[in-house]
Write a new protein. Sequence first.
Length: 135
Amino acid sequence: MSKRLSPLAIQALQEALSVVYWYKQDLKRFLIAALGGTSLVNQADWDQPKRQIVSDLVEILCADQERYLGELRILLKAVSEFRDFSHLARLEDGPRKAKEAKEAVRQLHDLASRSTAPSVFKGWIIFVKQNGPVS
């Protein structure tokens, strides 16, 4: 039985990653630090808009969850622990951007912490089997 992230967890991760950083370079540095290198991060086309970059990267990771489940767990944990949004608050329309990022991270954190699925980061992931939730 292969473990996979639920579609809800993937969607929440993708949304949060799209809004926690305003500048692509800041997002790239975060991803490199979280994933421990550039090999996965450089597979995305960084000339695209930020949401497309995040979508492409998440798609790469989800296409082979057997191989990249550890990386997905790391990103779920790192993003859901995000607490400092001051870098967004300083931007034009910063309070709105910071509020949007906080809400996306809160939704990811709430979803992850409700999970009762076993994982290396207990409570951080919702797994599904081919035919339904893992018990």
